[in-house]
Design a protein around this ligand. Sequence first.
Ligand SMILES: [Mg+2]
Length: 269
Amino acid sequence: MKSQPAPAQATAVLSFDFDGTLHDPAAVPPVPVAFFPLIQRLRTEQQVVWGINTGRPMAHVVEGFIESRFPFLPDWVVARESEIYFPNDFGRWIPHTAWNKRCEKEVHGLFRRTRKLLARIRHEIEEHTGAQWMEMHGEPAGFIARTDDEMEWIVGRITPLAAAEPRLAWQRNSIWLRFGHRDFHKGSCLSEIARIYQLPAARCFAMGDGHNDLEMLDHAHAGMTACPANAVDVVREKIAVTGGLITRAPHGAGAIEALEHYFPLALVE
Ligand SMILES: [Mg+2]
């Protein structure tokens, strides 16, 4: 799988959440085949660049591309809602080192300073719920709840506790929650990518279906926003009040609908 040559000057940055937005696990293939020729035309006729902005770690992103039969690679990837990667000419993913290192350093320092607070949060969750605490590389990563309702309860419980450290934030995606730094999320990553392409937020398009998409669906980071029909209520509400597009179709078919809405193409003879 290869990357494509970048347009000389990009005119827009397109940011897609993966799971639940482009990717429908119940569909074969999980991303509609028609999505790719449309993206291809938008790249050549309107000089857009596009990427996947996901909570998946990079290795699982690559698996997703293979499973979903991507015919070519996107121009960029955001993994774990915080790390930025660009493909080289050979289709290898190269980290945006300055950003990724800064994120790692900030998160590491934050976890060190908030060790006691995180221990309290962990105790609270383990005492009252069946959610499972997770660590990665010796650092608190987050936890997995048994149900959406349980996660709802947990978020309500930890919000006042975490207020003691304003830089402590988390990314929720249904029953998963990952702790992180308030300044690193899908939205700030999208703005960093737009900065590299020398484009303002008004020229960014973002589409997502879950809680962890809320930041990138904010006009601070994307002037054009959409969610698929299957998005969670809080995302649908945000899109509705901010004048974005809630597509009629779910998943990838919704993504095609959103592209046709924001980036109409000349009809082919
Ligand atoms: Mg999603």
